[in-house]
Design a protein. Sequence first.
Length: 125
Amino acid sequence: MLHGFVVILALLASILLVVSVLLQSPKAGSGLTGGIASLGTVQTLGVRRTGDFLSKTTAILAGLVMLLCFVAQFTLPARHNPDAGKSILQKDVPASLPVNSLPKSLPQPGTVPAPVNTVPAAPAK
């Protein structure tokens, strides 16, 4: 539950970060802040103060997104599972191998192994 809450906060902060970056005016002149001038934001805060506010907001939101992503990693539900650190191969390893399946001896170099006849011999007539 905590993990879901942290992830939702990180998503909201990242969306706000995108909006604050898009609202900043580029070096060349008008950005998206020119489009919201009719709403009174630029006239109220002033062009210079809006840039300062958006720069500080961008920096704070970027730090918040990084922090929330770091916290989200440690609130994963799988981290509290004791078997979470084991690989799939380690979980399915049998305690011991059956002795009957092991070969009696290793083949010697240069020898040809005898063919295994899996088809029963035909009965004699």
